[in-house]
Ligand binder design. Structure first.
Ligand SMILES: [Mg+2]
Length: 288
């Protein structure tokens, strides 16, 4: 997912539009963004505790928060207040006039959790919801995180599942929501091959909501689970919140053994932070 995040973040810069149309890799270094920073906290908490301890996760999110990594304004403010001693439960629930955030931030960071608990889908659902609630209490954001985590677990367990069955299996575990309905729509759109058209129907994260982000990423993942590079170019071509859509797709499909990180991509990507305690990128597949 880090490679997707860092790759996708290159396409906010206008000169790289040429690279996108010609599939020329942008020049190094590719810096990862908030998606990776938060995923590293999830990995760290799982490695230390074996479960999503929400207090530990909130503390890590706040302690590791780097303002320059492209966080949304609501998250920037919330993590600053947590760092100053605020109660994350109250702050998270109070966002957006008490509705809670339905942004895509809970989905963008959750793929490693799906891989961690892959042998128990009920646990994937439970832990994904716990991880979401620390910053995103709205049911759409929680559903988005569940969908991405389950999609990763399903890819780890059954990488050769046909695309339609893959989406059906993920949707079975997602609570009733616009995310759920969007996955059903993505299933209907498997017959088309134009990512721009699919993104027009499903959303591409431009609104940075979970339901505007997750269905399209699952559409790409369902179609391109066996070709990491094609999946990344397809996702980037749709525009929108590209670092996040690429992080999600990269995280999901890295669960497939057939996907090895291409060395020219790996070599351009900024290393993971040492505090994460995660294996270096050249030793692992794209998620981990
Ligand atoms: Mg980001």
């Amino acid at each position: 997912m880090t490679l997707g995040d860092a790759f996708g973040s290159q396409f906010f810069v206008p000169p790289n539009r040429h690279a996108l149309s010609s599939r020329l890799l942008p020049p190094a270094p590719w810096q990862w963004t908030d998606d990776t920073e938060m995923a590293c906290s999830i990995y760290r908490v799982l490695a230390d505790h074996g479960t999503i301890d929400q207090d530990e996760l909130a503390t890590s999110f706040a302690a590791r928060h780097d303002f320059d990594r492209g966080y949304g304004p609501a998250t920037n403010r919330m993590l600053r207040l947590v760092r100053q001693g605020g109660d994350w439960r109250a702050l998270s629930a109070a966002l957006f006039d008490g509705k809670g955030s339905w942004g895509n931030g809970a989905a963008m960071r959750v793929a490693p959790l799906g891989a961690w608990f892959a042998d128990d889908l009920a646990e994937v659902v439970h832990q994904a919801a716990l991880s979401a609630q620390v910053t995103h209490t709205h049911p759409e954001a929680v559903a988005g995180a569940i969908a991405v985590a389950v999609a990763t677990a399903v890819t780890v367990n059954d990488p050769d599942l046909p695309a339609g069955h893959f989406l059906d299996r993920v949707r079975e575990h997602v609570p009733a929501s616009m995310v759920h309905d969007g996955i059903a729509e993505a299933r209907q759109l498997l017959t088309i091959s134009d990512p721009t058209l699919a993104a027009r129907m499903l959303g591409n994260g431009r609104q940075v909501t979970a339901h505007d982000t997750v269905p399209f990423t699952l559409w790409v993942a369902a179609r391109e689970r066996h070709d990491f590079e094609a999946a990344m170019w397809t996702t980037a071509a749709a525009g929108g919140d590209v670092d996040t859509t690429c992080a999600i797709v990269g995280g999901i499909i890295a669960g497939s053994e057939s996907n090895h990180l291409p060395p020219p991509w790996r070599g351009r990507c900024e290393p993971l932070p040492s505090w994460a305690g995660a294996p270096p990128l050249d030793h692992v597949r794209a998620t981990y």
